[in-house]
Ligand binder design. Structure first.
Ligand SMILES: [Zn+2]
Length: 381
């Protein structure tokens, strides 16, 4: 596993690695990759939507309290109505679930609870750093102020941190199919809340017919204020969407990037600049961004040397966890334990955290990974 060499790693594409690979800084023992092991390892989730990651039970309880009408009144019925873990026809079909979750996320209490429970659930599977993203404008149906919405989510995350010590950051999302003015208003909020819990800006929503470059004014404000940003790109649209995210918006990371493989030149640009890809394998199968898991480019990107990270996207709608995504990557894409530990470290390296804080986190994470592997080596003997 490579730790601090900024990824001159497994692909062997750095000039020094070409002739003689550097010795790994951490020897990864031969171990059976079990769910218990993946669960125990410290992890990140950098691409996780608040409104796609609620507990099913909570939606039902909130709807009851708020007298909101849902398409079903029990957990199995609601799971079916939102296509939970099912194959969808396309991305638009997948996005229907958000109408349901957002219908109950229109009060301070509901936003607080959703954020709190998400961070608690992530901490329970040893996610040590979670970036939660959402679009505040989707929570104004009952007249909440944007600032109240942001404060409620931040308070929920702080409460979870007090209990579990999980580190979190919020990414505010602009939405492609909404007006560029709306994105600009959200970017202003991002700037105001910089260093106050908000760590970045994102562009989400349907890619087809809604090009990223229309939102470049919002991103210009973000960059002018030295705020981190990412964008959903190359999920449901071709590599030109990724090029726009990078060159018109100045995105620091790419959400999904499934179709980056179609443009070798851009692939090399992303690799050369160490631009992290926020991979969400199961979600990509569910939305038909890939035909099936075997067709997912994650392993190819990793083998080629790209900085890939593994994330959930939507814990509820995709019926997943970070642990489960790593298990899928191991079982269906053939990632080894060494690959997995490298990707885990890439997650921490790609976090929207200040450099020195990140160095501290990486140091303790590397120690914890080594201890965890040692413990499992002993147990599996
Ligand atoms: Zn997403």
């Amino acid at each position: 596993m490579t730790v601090d060499d900024d990824d001159a790693g497994p692909a062997g594409i750095s000039s020094t690695a070409w002739h003689k690979p550097p010795p790994p800084t951490l020897a990864v023992p031969r171990l059976e990759v079990t769910e218990a092991l993946l669960h125990a390892l410290p992890k990140t989730d950098l691409h996780c939507h608040l409104d796609g990651s609620m507990r099913l039970k909570t939606i039902l309880e909130l709807a009851h309290e708020q007298k909101v009408k849902l398409p079903a009144h029990d957990e199995p019925g609601l799971a079916k109505a939102i296509h939970m873990g099912e194959l969808c026809k396309n991305l638009e079909d997948y996005l229907v679930a958000f109408d349901v979750t957002c219908s109950v996320l229109q009060t301070e209490e509901a936003l607080y609870r959703a954020a709190y429970e998400l961070a608690i659930d992530a901490a329970a599977e040893n996610v040590r750093y979670l970036e939660v993203r959402y679009a505040p404008v989707l929570h104004q149906q009952r007249g909440l102020k944007l600032t109240t919405i942001i404060d409620s989510v931040l308070e929920g995350l702080r409460a979870a941190k007090r209990e579990t010590r999980i580190r979190t950051g919020v990414i505010l999302c602009g939405i492609r199919h909404m007006s560029p003015e709306t994105s600009l208003r959200l970017a202003e909020l991002c700037v105001a809340y910089k260093n106050r819990g908000v760590v970045g800006f994102d562009l989400a929503g349907a890619e087809a017919n809604f090009p990223a470059k229309e939102h470049k004014e919002a991103f210009a404000l973000i960059l002018k204020n030295n705020v981190n940003c990412t964008a959903h790109a190359g999920e449901a649209y071709g590599p030109e969407s990724i090029a726009q995210a990078l060159h018109n918006l100045g995105s620091h990371r790419i959400g999904h990037g499934v179709r980056l493989r179609e443009d070798g030149d851009l692939l090399n640009y992303v690799n050369d600049h160490r631009i992290p890809i926020e991979c969400c394998p199961s979600s990509n199968v569910q939305t038909r961004a890939v035909t099936d898991m075997k067709a997912h480019p994650l392993k190819f990107y990793f083998d080629y040397g790209l900085r890939v990270t593994i994330n959930t996207d939507n814990r509820l709608i995709t019926n997943t966890s970070v642990t489960r995504e790593y298990m899928v990557a191991h079982q269906e894409l053939g990632l080894s334990l060494e690959d997995i530990t490298t990707i885990i470290v890439s997650g921490f390296k790609s976090a929207f955290l200040p450099f020195r804080e990140k160095q501290d986190v990486l140091k303790s994470v590397n120690e914890e990974i080594a201890q965890t592997l040692k413990r499992f080596e002993h147990e599996q003997r």
